[in-house]
Design a protein around this ligand. Structure first.
Ligand code: CA
Length: 227
């Protein structure tokens, strides 16, 4: 899951980047409105965290342009005393707002709620839990298990498995995985993807008879319950 943070205060931007990265999101940061607009329009983000007060183009202007082109969930960051900003933001098409200063737990809860709302259909009746065969991923508690047996995954492995599971049955290329999980371009070292897939497979499939993660030669990987 990829999040764009548009925030001009360097300390807050860095804090958000760190906190979200630790929660296994891939994060890009823009420090002004026009960079934010550019990235949000060109990139593929699952969520945009948008500050209101930005140098140059403010958050409302960014939001208006974004809404003309895209349906990406937008969480606005507003000052505590600016009630009119919240109203204006929601009217301009923001999905939710967060008042500064905010607790990290609140930020993460809002982000998760928005991502759930924006999640693709077909992830099951309870989108915080993803399942395939005996594999279960609890996105809130960040736990993975097979047949009730806990899989000890790193944060990156969990993110990788989440992506594969959300799109199970679809072949995902190394490029897609590199971009979505590591925020890397294909030109950078995609060996990272192969190594991570091998490690994930060691935990996910090796101890179990039924294999779920398959390599499609020349194309990539697919998570699939094959009979
Ligand atoms: Ca600001």
């Amino acid at each position: 899951m990829k999040i764009l943070v548009v925030e001009d205060e360097p300390k807050l931007a860095e804090y958000l980047r760190k906190a979200l990265t630790e929660s296994s999101y891939v994060v890009d940061v823009a420090s002004n409105g026009s960079d934010g607009r550019h990235l949000a329009l060109d990139g593929h983000y699952d969520l945009v965290l948008l500050d209101v007060m930005l140098p140059g183009m403010d958050g409302f202007a960014v939001l208006r342009e974004l809404r003309r082109a895209k349906n990406v969930p937008v969480l606005m960051l507003t000052a505590w005393d600016k009630v009119e900003d919240r109203v204006k933001g929601l009217q301009a098409g923001a999905d939710d707002y967060l008042v500064k200063p905010f607790a990290l737990s609140e930020l993460l809860a809002r982000v998760q709620a928005l991502l759930r709302r924006g999640a693709a259909p077909g992830v099951g009746p309870d989108p915080t839990i993803l399942r395939l065969a005996d594999l279960e991923l609890d996105l809130v508690r960040r736990k993975a298990s097979r047949s009730g047996q806990r899989l000890d995954l790193t944060a990156k492995e969990f993110t990788l498995l989440t992506l594969l599971l959300r799109r199970h049955g679809q072949v995902l290329s190394r490029t897609t995985l590199a971009e979505q999980v590591w925020d890397m371009n294909f030109d950078s070292n995609t060996n990272v993807v192969e190594v991570a897939v091998r490690r994930l497979r060691g935990k996910l499939d090796d101890p179990f008879e039924k294999k779920l993660l398959h390599t499609v030669r020349g194309m990539g990987y697919v998570l699939e319950n094959r009979e």
